[in-house]
Design a protein around this ligand. Structure first.
Ligand SMILES: Nc1ncnc2c1ncn2[C@@H]1O[C@H](COP(=O)(O)OP(=O)(O)OP(=O)(O)O)[C@@H](O)[C@H]1O
Ligand SMILES: [Mg+2]
Length: 317
């Protein structure tokens, strides 16, 4: 169920290419090498997951790639090419791609959104920044906002636009963050634990949504998680991170079925049982994401539960 690249047949340049990337953080206690020489790449339609224990350097990798770490406290080295643009060589280069080619789905919906502005206002702002609709044309901005909310399966979008973050459930807010990330029609989404704050039932719905968007639009996804169950369901490739380094990398089946390190086995052991592994071989493209034909909502009791839950959540305040 890997999305096919939407462009022509030949293997084009990766959306993201990271080579010998290193991040040193300057702290009171000294310099910490939080990311130590990692290399990986993501093509259109692929999901690549970085998994690892807390403090292993996952977020620092993502934030470093997006150049969201404070310049004076984080020293980057190595090469990061985003759709061919080298964002390590020139700090300004990131402005050309962030919010255009590249968008971030941040981890915590409650802190990522402003509590004092309506959902609509925050989404309109994202649409204006993306230049996706003429900022002066209010109707066009509103129509685009509604389309985005529909895309992330938010019911009665017109009503939701008027609401404030505290009036929506966690699952709905996470959808709003995805809608905001999609406002700019990015080709690459970086999702830092997009479901870890959520109930497992809602989690499945969000993962399904990301997979659906990927199938429709062929976007690349960099997924960050500490949950091998999540990684297994959605990834093409997995990089296992520990102490700033990749200790193991490979396609999802290899990592899950034949973990090479004790560390990965421990991560695996922490995953709840999700049912039998489907051994059906995938097509000869070499793509093998999770259990073929699997849907993330397998980890929920019922895919409908998400919307039922979030509807309930939406009405509470
Ligand atoms: N602002 C900071 N000041 C000092 N050290 C930091 C800072 N941010 C991160 N670190 C250190 O960098 C390392 C990597 O942290 P990072 O947040 O990237 O881990 P993570 O894998 O995302 O963990 P989690 O799963 O808990 O989100 C850790 O050793 C952490 O203590
Ligand atoms: Mg983190």
């Amino acid at each position: 169920m890997t999305a096919q690249p939407q462009t022509t047949g030949h293997r084009e340049q990766p959306l993201l290419e990271v080579r010998d990337f290193q991040v040193e953080l300057i702290t009171d206690a000294g310099i910490i090498r939080a990311v130590d020489s990692v290399s990986f790449s993501i093509h259109r339609g692929e999901t690549v997951t970085i998994i690892g224990e807390s403090g292993s350097g996952k977020s620092t990798t993502a934030m470093g790639i997006l150049r969201l770490l404070p310049e004076d406290l984080a020293v980057l080295s190595g090469t990061v090419l985003i759709d061919g643009v080298d964002v390590t060589a020139d700090p300004k280069a990131i402005d050309k791609v962030r919010g255009k080619t590249l968008a971030l789905i941040p981890q915590d919906p409650m802190t990522a959104l402003s509590p004092v502005h309506s959902i609509g206002r925050q989404l309109f702002e994202a649409i204006r920044i993306a230049g996706a609709a003429s900022a002066k044309d209010k109707d066009a901005v509103q129509a685009r906002a509604i389309r985005l909310l529909e895309q992330v399966h938010i019911p009665t979008p017109e009503k939701q636009l008027k609401k404030y973050p505290h009036q929506l459930s966690g699952g709905m807010l996470q959808r709003v963050l995805i809608a905001i990330a999609l406002a700019s029609e990015p080709q690459l989404l970086v999702a830092d634990e997009p479901t870890s704050a959520l109930d497992v039932t809602v989690q499945g719905g969000i993962l399904d949504l990301l997979l659906e968007l990927q199938e429709q639009r062929g976007i690349g996804i960099l997924m960050i998680t500490h949950d091998l169950g999540v990684a297994r369901l959605i990834s093409d490739r997995i990089h296992v991170m520990k102490d700033g380094r990749f200790v193991e990398s490979g396609d999802v089946q290899q990592i899950v079925d034949h973990p090479a390190t004790e560390y990965t086995r421990a991560l695996l052991a922490a995953v709840p049982v999700l049912g039998p592994w489907d051994e059906t071989p995938t097509a000869s493209t070499g793509e093998s994401r999770g259990a073929p034909g699997a849907h993330a909502s397998e980890i929920t009791t019922d895919p409908a539960t998400d919307s039922a839950l979030t509807q309930t959540g939406a009405s509470h305040d």
